[in-house]
Design a protein around this ligand. Sequence first.
Ligand code: MN
Length: 296
Amino acid sequence: MRFCTYQLSGEPRLGIVAGQAVVDLRALARRRRLPAAPETMVDLIAEVPTLELRVLAREAAAWVSAGREAVPLSRARLLAPIPRPRKNIVCMGRNYVEHARETGNVPPAVPVFFTKPPTAVVGPDAPVRHHAVTQQLDYEVELVAVIGRRGSNISPERALDYVFGYTVMIDVTARDLQERHAQWFKGKSLDTFAPLGPWIVHRSAVPDPQQLRLSMRVNGETRQQSTTANMIFTVAQLLSVLSAGMTLEPGDLLATGTPEGVAKGMKTPKWLQPGDVMEAEIEGIGVLRNRVIAPR
Ligand code: MN
């Protein structure tokens, strides 16, 4: 099951991706006389039971095979699946050994958390701005866990039950700002620095989040290529540590860190330039593509 947010007649709509098409979730629910459908992705995550999601997904597939009204994926204007998260995105620093080493750091003994603000979020194919304030723009492909249930003090054994699904994020980073300000928040948080998407894949379709190949291409050149098996702290461990004494809620986002291959790790860093096209791909989830554009 894949759920997206897309633009239809100038409005953000909730969609189900069925094969190569997007079906308007509310229209489908109305026509099939299904229980009232939610308007936003966070409402869907928080309110719709998995059983009902399955019915909707099945109906959407039947709808598309019957040749009914749907937008071909190739023409759909996808937005970030959660266009405006209610909180900052929680991110993990140095969660892959080789990435920690390439940036001159030792692998951490405990998870290193930082956040990116909701204002940094953009969707698939949206431009990422090369703000004038940085000369060292970098890319990081990351698996994102989308929280499905409210909870705190979650055990690692039960943590994945709290996940609604998974998506992809490019953790765009201004390395010079990241270093200049000591704390990472500023260099990670500029507008457009959190491309998210292309959709959320329900966890039922991702049996093991630690067995996914992930890669980053810049202008078609593979820069990062690894597997989530190389994470130092698993998604389940991260959720457990993060939720200790701290409530997680439906729609919260956890980005799980990036593998080696970033520009900063190169002898002569290939910083992102205006015109560059980033393609972040995670097995079983999809490709998130964003182009870098010039400063204003
Ligand atoms: Mn990162």
